[in-house]
Ligand binder design. Sequence first.
Ligand code: G3P
Ligand code: CA
Length: 270
Amino acid sequence: GAQSGNNPQLNDNQILNISHRGASGYAPEHTLPSYELGDQMGGDYIELDLQMTKDGELIAMHDETLDRTTNGTGQVKDHTLEEIKSLDAGSWFNEAYPEKAKDEYNGLQVQTLQEVIEHFGKNKNYYIETKSPDVYPGMEEKLLEILKDYNLTRQNGPSSRVIIQSFSEESLQKVHNLNENIPLVQLLDYKGTATITDEELDHYSEYAAGLGMSYKKINQDYVQKVREHDLLIHPYTVNNKEDMKQLLEWGATGMFTNYPDVLEETMKEM
Ligand code: G3P
Ligand code: CA
């Protein structure tokens, strides 16, 4: 890919362990304990989904609505950051997974992107997804502003720390036009078995460093084809050892997992 050549972290020799919403198999997704665990368990990147509040702040949340992962309800875009910060983003996990519940998860707050970067610093790696960019005009500009504030937009030097991913090509093209140095990953949503043409691969190579897709839809031929075009391939969301092994054997260059410790272990065994 156009971007992978000069980024020391994005090469064929390093398999990226991407903590999906943190180590979200063990702690409530997108909370600080989840990100911390991901880091401790060997995750190379913290995966972070972005939504935007009514007052234009970027927060780490997967869904467009507050309902599933907080004690609030309704659309993120209809709530201010102050309203969202007053919610409990951890108790739902304790209720849903009593065997994994911890007292410290009760009352956890939703994090803004800035808070996450403040907490972990510039020496951690962030794999950031623009979610529902059509719902949030200005999301890409805001994201790049924040990254620039923390000196995270430069490809070279100590700050090649960020990958931006999206299912929306339009959103990635926007980011690419604003800053062509940030490595981008195009997420692809396949309904059935994944196939990809040389033309598509050439097209993605023009702006993206890699591709991400459900591991359930791909096979060895697909992985090889993507790799032959010098694009990274990061399947999601891979939670058991057998699937991890197979993807690594096929040539995947990393993967998203809710269990970064399991991926660490798998890589050691290979
Ligand atoms: O970003 C990779 C993977 O997380 C995409 O699916 O729905 O979990 O964001 P989702
Ligand atoms: Ca995601």
